[in-house]
Structure formats: C-alpha cells, structure tokens
Design a protein. Structure first.
Lengths: 375, 375
C-alpha cells in the first residue's frame, strides 16, 4: 500500500482531491499533517489571507465586498473501521461493504473511504472554491477546523470563535456537512435527562417487605410509549421532535428487590425552543418525577428568511430540508449568524464502515457553490 | 488482638463454643483449619464414627436405632465485614452497629460477630449434641460441611451426597440454619428468567425510523406491577410467592434509539410447584415474550406430616413457619428426606455486618434438640 500523502494539489478535480484527503489520516486530535498540507496549499494563492490556530486553518478574501460569508468544514474523522484508503467504485462495480440499502453493487459512481462522506467531500469542495474563486461576489472566510468528532471542549470552531471572533464574523455561513446535496436549514436541539426511581431493598424471597424500583419505571415507559412527538413548522421546514429512552439500568443482585433504577431520556426539540423550554416541557411530561439534566445543546433556527440565506437558496438546486441532528450550524446561530448545512453525502452514512460519497454530488455541490459565489 | 484459635473444647457452654467458632476464620474455600478442629474434637468421643471428605466432617452414632436423623450445618462464612471477632453484649450494652430495628443498645444478651447468626450458633448446638448425646433415642448423623455460601458446585453437602450417599441416608433432617429458633418447614423454589426485547436502531434525531426496545419493556413492567403473587397453603404453612425484576438494562449510546433491552426476573414459587410448573406459569404471565431460564432451584415440601417430622415438631416450642428463602433443605428433599430448618438467629441478619445471635436462642435450641434426642 502506498504511504499516506503529505501535500495537497489543488489543481486536480474534486473527486481526486477528495480521494487524497481520505488518504490523509486525520483522526481527531491528530490533524497536524492535514492542517499543515491545507495551510501550505492555500498559502500559494495571493487572493487569500491564511491564518492558523492550532490545527484549524482559516483562509479569507479581503475584497471589500458588502457581504462576507463563511464556508466551513472539519478536517477530522472518527477512528478508522479499516476503511482508511479511498476506493473509487464505478457504476455497476462491487462495493466494499453492502451499502445503506443492502446492495453489493453501486448504482452510481461512488468514492468510498473513511471521511469520504463526513466530511472530506465537503472539505474538497471548499478547498477548490478557496483556490479558484479568486474574485467571489461576496468576501469569503473558509474555515477548516479540527476536533469536531470528539468532546465539544476540543472543537476548533468553538476555539476560534473564542480566540479570534473576527475570523468567524460574517453575514451567513454554509457548513459543508453531508446533507445529500440539498440545503438543510437550522438544526434541532438535544437534551439528555436522567430520572431516578427509588424503592426499598429486600430479599426477593420476602419481596412484600420491599418496593421494586425497576417496577417503578413502568409509568415512565408508558409515558414514553404513548408520547406523540410534535411536528413544528419553521420557515417552511417541518421539524419532527423525538423523545426516546437511551439507557435504562437497575438491579442489585439476582435475589434482591432493587431499591434504585435509572432511565436516561434524549429529547430532540425543534429549534424554536430554548433549553429552558425543553426542560419545562419534560417536567410537564414527567410530572411527579425529578428530571435531572445530563447535558444539552440548543438548536439553531433555519433563518432562511434572511436575505443572505435567500440568495444562497436560490442559487442551489432542491427544496430546503430541516436538519434533525445537531451540527455546528448551532454554533453560528448562537453567534447570530444564519447558517445552513449544504454538502455532498448522506448524513446517515457518517461514521459507518461503508461510508461513501456519490461522485455526482461532489460535482453538483461544487458547481452550486461556484454559481452562488459568482453572482 | 489474640491470635485465632486452633482447637475446639466441647466441654464449654454453647455461648462460649459459638464465640470460639466465630473467632475461627472460615471463609468459603478456607475451611481447612476449622474442619481439622471439628474432626479432632469429635474424634475424642468413642460413641461417634468420624468421617471426612475434603473439608466436610461427618460424625455418626451406630446404635442400631430404628430411625436415623441428620443434623447438619455449614462451617463456612461469607467474607468478613470487619466483624471477624466475637463480641458478647449483655442486655443494655451498646451494640457494635445499630441492630436490625435501628437500636444502638441490646435489649437482650447477644453474641455479635461474623457467622454468629449464619450459622456458627447452629454449628455449636450440633457439636455439643454430638459430643454429649452419647445414647440418643435415634441414630444421628452430624454433618459439618464446607462451601455453602458460594457457587453450588463447591457445596460440601452436595459433594458428599454424590460421593458417599450412605453418609447422608436418613429418615429426617434438621438443618440448623437460623430460623429464629422456630421450625421452618420446606423452602420455596427460585427461578431467574431473562426476557429480551428487540427494536430497530436509529439516530435519536430521526427516532421515527427506529423502534425503541427500552420502551418495549413497558408492558412487561406493567405486568410485574399488577402481578398478584399467590399465597399457597401446604401442611398448614402459608407460602407467599413473589415475582420481581432484579435487573434491567438497555441502551447503545446517548443519541441512539436502542434496538435491544433486557430484564431479569426472579420468581419465588411455593414448594408444591416443580421448576417446569414455574416456567409454564411465567410463560403464561409473559405471553408473547420469549422467557429464557437463567437458573433455578426447586423448593422443598415441608413434609411436616411425616412421622419423623411430627415427633420433632412436638419436641420443640413454637408454631412451624414456612421458609421463604432457599436453603439446603431442598437438597435433602430432592433425596426424598423430609427436612426442616431449625436454628438460632434471624435469617434476615445473615451476611449483615451487624449479624448476631440472641444468647437465649442458643440455649433454647440446644435444649429443644436435647429434648428431642432423649425421647
């Protein structure tokens, strides 16, 4: 097997560039080599000012345009599932692992490999825009950041928003996360809560002397079973909420009536709710129980009615969709910057061993972005 | 602190002998020293034939009586809770740890210490009977066995019933397990089963694409909540059954709709049911679910109507009670030998750090047994 690449040639096409990026090992916290290559490649273009903080590289045009937009993508990947190297499969060719629909044969040209979907395809598009859009119709700040796939405290976008607020300042942001090549607006919020149920311990041979905490979960589970998640319409996008138990545990020993049981519940809420609203809702749903917040992240309103967003949407093909999962779009939103997801690949394939990006989407997203930055 | 004893003097009274036995370290699988001392002490009595298998010591009279009874107790204890040494607390004295009712002061004379309740008090009674009942009214086989407190495969009583069936052969057995100084007849059976619920994994942000296995536990928990345990009358004893969840688990990750959840349920069933009956009942209760047996032990019928049992009951004070927990009584029962629990101490204190035996019960059980073996 050839050794890993150590530099990037931005004169190649988007498929070849994505392939090279996939071949660059860049697991979270080990992005130095890929960040060096990005910095070096972009430094060769005189229309760009190149900045760096840790393993985050920022490149921006300074053309005095009336509007500035951010185009961002993360450089890191999750750990390898043995798919470290890019493999191009032409239509009809055998895929390395059955695809998302269980097919063994590709029905389209695809690029397989770690990060192909999440999100080196998007990064390749952004790098080519940075290199070749020498006179974009709006000033652009390109952000290639580290540590998106791990704990939030390491997140490169978070870090530069704190260390260098001016690097991120803009009127609109496009996060090139996989969105199936269509615009996904906003993102839902997420909150995890824990509910503990207490009982009284006893030997199971004398169970009438105890009170079973696991049995005490019954009404919480019934509530979850019967819960009808809201569908919330914002800017023409329908957000479907969800309320799901994600963990349950209880039990002391095989002959003991347990005195404690615990359930963890994940609430995904539409972006018109604050974390406070979300908690109030959960307290109402689980009235009589102590609802303990484990963690949360507020969503992001789609903001599609803003002028910068409108122009973008008109430049790209397809009807905007709501984003259900949480992405760094919420980080822009929290800074008052309307932001959308727009990138090649299916979000559902992120982190999967059979991750791939459709070649056609690499081309179509690149050309949509070129189109937008030209008019 | 004085060093541990290394021999047993059977000329002392039952309280002092219990105290010495408590001071003998004898955690399961480390009973060699105590078994040696028991063997040596009993070998001095010419009316006894002394036998040994591993750390189980058997002593029996061979007087040609028409009836043979077994009097049995285990030598081992659970690991220490810092209560290795016997402490005698007189009425009014401060107890080392609050007692079972939360009192700090003893309302009776008590002997505290590891194994005082489970079951060196009973062993002391049996040793004194062996030494001093030189001409009992029925032949007696005394069994002092090892490894009762750990996995069944190590159990000394099980081992000798397999290696030396003649050592255990008898018309009636008294297991001197703590029974609050009254006769406890039979014991309930126990069965542990597991029920797995499946679902379909999905991201919680798109929960409608999945099927939550934890939510799927809801109807099982409802069944458990609403279950009315039977009360079964046998030989005048009322056995209260129980059906209790003892473990529940499920969950993949904080953002994943789980596709699998599992609940473990312990069924305590009256001794008129076989394991097969018990399973059939559970399959009926949880109809539609696959009920997987983890382990079980059948109960033991009290057998109080048998002549040998009747004579015993008439010799001792107090109304017989049902035994709810499982004990080695069931092992005798399986061999066709009616057996009861009868010993000093409260079963509920077994394995507790504040374990103790009431001094009065040491005396009363000894004298009841002497009475029975004399007539």
């Amino acid at each position: 097997m050839a050794s890993a690449p150590n530099q990037l040639d931005l004169s190649v096409d988007v498929v070849e560039l994505t392939s090279t990026l996939v071949d660059f090992p860049s697991q979270s916290r080990a992005e130095a080599a890929i960040a060096d290559a990005v910095e070096q490649a972009l430094s060769g273009y005189s229309h760009l000012e190149v900045l760096r903080d840790g393993n985050t590289v920022v490149a921006r045009t300074n053309l005095g345009r009336s509007e500035r937009v951010v185009i961002a993508g993360h450089l890191d990947t999750v750990p390898s599932s043995g798919n470290d190297r890019a493999i191009l499969i032409a239509q009809g060719g055998s895929v390395p692992v059955a695809d998302v629909d269980g097919n063994q044969t590709a029905s389209e040209d695809r690029l397989y490999g770690l990060g192909s979907c999440d999100m080196k395809g998007g990064v390749a598009v952004a790098l080519l825009l940075a290199a070749h859009q020498t006179a974009p119709s709006r000033d652009v700040t390109y952000i290639f950041y580290d540590c998106e796939e791990i704990e939030e405290r390491f997140n490169g976008l978070k870090r530069i928003s704190e260390n260098h607020p001016d690097w991120i300042k803009s009127d609109f942001a496009v996060l090139m996360e996989p969105s199936n090549g269509v615009v996904e607006g906003g993102c839902q919020g997420t909150m995890r809560v824990e509910i503990r149920v207490s009982g009284r311990r006893a030997h199971t041979a004398r169970s009438w002397m105890g009170e079973n905490a696991i049995h005490g979960l019954s009404s919480i589970l019934q509530t979850l079973e019967n819960y009808e998640a809201a569908k919330v319409l914002i800017d023409g996008l329908e957000y479907r909420e969800g309320l799901q138990a994600v963990d349950v545990c209880g039990g002391v020993a095989g002959n003991v009536v347990p005195d404690s049981a615990c359930i963890t519940i994940n609430y995904r809420f539409a972006p018109n709710k604050s974390a406070e609203d979300a908690l109030a809702h959960l307290q109402q749903v689980f009235v009589g129980y102590q609802v303990e917040v484990v963690d949360y992240a507020e969503g992001a309103l789609p903001g599609l009615s803003r002028p910068a967003a409108q122009e973008f949407i008109q430049s790209v093909v397809g009807k905007p969709q709501p984003k259900f999962g949480w992405t760094d779009v919420a980080r822009f939103s929290a800074l008052g910057i309307p932001a959308v997801n727009f990138g090649p690949g299916f979000a559902a394939l992120a982190h999967a061993p059979n991750e791939y990006v459709p070649v056609a989407q690499l081309h179509s997203t690149l050309s949509a972005m070129q189109n937008w930055l030209s008019k």
